[in-house]
Structure formats: structure tokens, C-alpha cells
Design a protein around this ligand. Structure first.
Ligand code: XIL
Length: 340
């Protein structure tokens, strides 16, 4: 946290409410406040948890997290307003018409983003809009894309972003996606959609590049990572590293060093994007300034709780993060610190 401030960079992590507010484990909160300057709620702001019944919002956990961040002088990356997952039963079983689904989504965005207006710095408005398969150039099926917007991708993007903008005009608004960190058809498809939106004035400020990296034997190069960032920055869109982790199946030196190298490669690319762009200069898109890399966030910080709630990743045995199960720094943490 102290080192990142030299670069004026957000360094963040996903946060689990149970651990943060546990009386039995003060080290979780202490480590979080010591090492990071931004938090992302892992689950607390997702539709299913914050809006579990048609007219019921449960803000308790999200309110607690926002207040905790304020009390600890940390910034808040809110996550997420629109996703195909974590949708409550009533949305599915309501068998609503397209126009009713649109009004449900608009009310949801207006209420949730409106509640934290002025208190959160960023919102993941749209989470994972593209198909899982990185070789495909198509959007993901979801009740919002298919049923509410009848597969009209442009209307889908522009509506949800404009609704969020109206609810919280000052927060930076973004799309968060995985598998688009390096060159592939999926990355190109998302870029094309976003570019078109930017040209027509949709308020998209950033793209979150998740950076869950599972492959044991290959790492993305700094150059590859940077080239995806650069094309967004050039059209006036920021990027942020949003859910970094590196799955490893063993904790021998070789694996830990490889993991450290991944964390550093991504950081290096983010800092290089900051060096090469100037947010006070015009971008290739009329009326917008250049973008840059605005943050570097991991999906959790201690292997004690693993990453991705234990449900994701190739090996899924919980060695993917910067600190071990006892909150001790791993080679990845030390490498990031030395690089900063
Ligand atoms: C994950 C959480 O970590 C789990 O606890 C939950 O069970 C499922 O969601 N991409 C995202 C995150 O944008 O919201 C997901 O979080 C992980 C993948």
C-alpha cells in the first residue's frame, strides 16, 4: 500500500465479509488495511445477495464493507451490477416479459448504485458479458442479454451503462471480463463492442482484465499483456487488473517462482501502460482523453481462504495468492514489493 502510493496506483483485493468482520481473526482486517488501498466485495454486492426478493434489498454487508473502507481510508471498487450468475430465484421464476425484465434491471441498478453514490470510486457495471470460450466471438447467454435485450448487444451495453451513470455520475464505470488479457478472438470481440459503444458516447470508463491464470507451464509475456491494454488506452478507455491469481498445484520453489513471475509480469505491464499513456492528452476517440492502467487487484490475498471461493481454477487447491495460509508473504508478494 505504501509503495503503490508512490505510483498513485490502486492496489486491491477481493474481500470476504465473514473473515473481515470475524472477531476471531483480526489479522485478516489488519493485513488488508496494511497491504492494500482498495477493496472489492467478493460477493456482498451481487444481485442474489443484495436483492434476494422482488422488493427486498439486504444492504447490511455491503454497507459494512463501504464503511470499513472509509474508516480505513481505502477506496472502493464495487462489484457487480449485471452478471449472468448470482441471480436470485425470483428473476428466473418470475417468467417476466422483456420489458418487465428491463425495468427490474434498471430499478436494481438505480437502487444499488444510487445507494453508494459518491462513496465508491468504481463500479463493475457489466460482468463477463462474453462467451467462456476464448476462440468464440459471441456474447454469453444470460437472462439479461437473451431475454431482457433480445440479443441486442448494443442496446444491452448502452442501457446498463447509462442507467448506472444516472445513478452514480462520478464513479468510473466498467466491464469486467476474463480470458481477454492476451490476444484471442474473444478479446477482439469485446474490444470491437466497446469501441463502438465509446464512439457513440456510452459512459464506459474502464475494462477489468481479470487475470486468473491457470496454466502451469506458460506465462503471458509483458509485451502480450501490454498490447491488449494499449489498444483500450488509445481509444480512451482505462484498464485495471481486476481478479489476479495464479493457480499452482505444488508449492515447491519452481512453482512459487513461476507464480511470482506471473504477478510481476502483470504489474510490469500495468506500470508500462502508465508510462506510455498520458491521461491529459487526447485519445483516438474524439472527446476522450487517453486511458491508462488504473489498478492492480488480486482475488483474495491469503491462501487460507484460497481464491474464487474454492470453486474455480484448474487445480483448485488454494495456492493462488500472494500470502500463504498464515498470512506470510510468498515469493509473489516479495517480488511485487521489490518491483514497486
Ligand atoms: C466468485 C466468488 O469468488 C465465489 O465466492 C462465488 O461463489 C462465485 O463468484 N469472476 C468474477 C467474480 O467476476 O465475481 C467471481 O467470484 C469469480 C470469477
Amino acid at each position: 500500500r505504501a509503495l503503490a502510493s508512490k505510483h498513485d496506483l490502486h492496489v486491491g483485493t477481493a474481500v470476504a465479509v465473514n473473515q473481515l468482520f470475524s472477531d476471531y481473526e483480526p489479522i485478516y482486517a489488519k493485513t488488508l488495511a496494511h497491504s492494500f488501498n482498495m477493496i472489492t466485495p467478493e460477493n456482498a454486492m451481487k444481485f442474489q445477495f443484495i436483492h434476494p426478493e422482488p422488493d427486498v434489498y439486504t444492504f447490511c454487508e455491503a454497507d459494512g464493507l463501504v464503511k470499513w473502507a472509509e474508516d480505513n481510508s481505502m477506496d472502493f471498487h464495487a462489484h457487480t451490477l449485471v452478471w449472468d450468475e448470482a441471480i436470485p430465484w425470483w428473476v428466473f421464476e418470475g417468467k417476466y416479459s422483456a420489458s418487465k425484465l428491463k425495468s427490474i434491471l434498471k430499478d436494481h441498478i438505480t437502487t444499488v448504485a444510487g445507494r453508494y453514490r459518491g462513496r465508491v470510486q468504481e463500479w463493475d457495471v457489466l460482468n463477463e458479458p462474453m462467451h467462456d470460450d476464448t476462440d468464440k466471438k459471441i456474447p454469453r447467454h444470460s437472462i439479461w442479454y437473451d431475454n431482457a435485450f433480445d440479443k441486442d448487444i448494443d442496446a444491452y451495453f448502452s442501457n446498463v451503462f447509462n442507467w448506472a451513470k444516472a445513478a452514480d455520475p462520478k464513479a468510473l464505470l466498467g466491464v469486467n471480463e476474463f480470458g481477454v488479457e492476451t490476444s484471442c478472438p474473444k478479446a477482439d470481440a469485446l474490444f470491437d463492442i466497446v469501441k463502438k459503444q465509446i464512439e457513440k458516447g456510452t459512459p464506459i470508463d474502464f475494462i477489468g482484465l481479470q487475470n486468473h491464470w491457470a496454466s502451469e507451464d506458460s506465462l503471458p509475456s509483458v509485451k502480450e499483456l501490454l498490447s491488449q491494454m494499449t489498444r483500450y488506452n488509445e481509444i480512451g478507455v482505462h484498464v485495471r487488473i481486476s481478479e489476479l491469481d495464479k493457480d499452482i498445484s505444488k508449492t515447491d520453489k519452481k512453482s512459487l517462482d513461476l507464480q511470482a513471475q506471473f504477478f510481476v509480469n502483470v504489474l510490469q505491464a500495468c506500470l508500462a501502460a502508465r508510462d506510455q499513456t498520458d491521461v491529459t492528452k487526447p485519445s483516438k476517440t474524439k472527446g476522450r482523453m487517453q486511458g491508462t492502467c488504473i489498478g492492480y487487484s488480486t482475488w483474495g490475498f491469503t491462501d487460507k481462504y484460497g481464491s474464487l471461493g474454492g470453486g474455480y481454477g484448474v487445480n483448485n487447491i488454494g495456492h493462488g495468492l500472494l500470502m500463504d495460509q498464515n498470512y506470510n508473504p510468498k515469493p509473489g508478494y516479495n517480488s511485487v514489493v521489490s518491483y514497486l
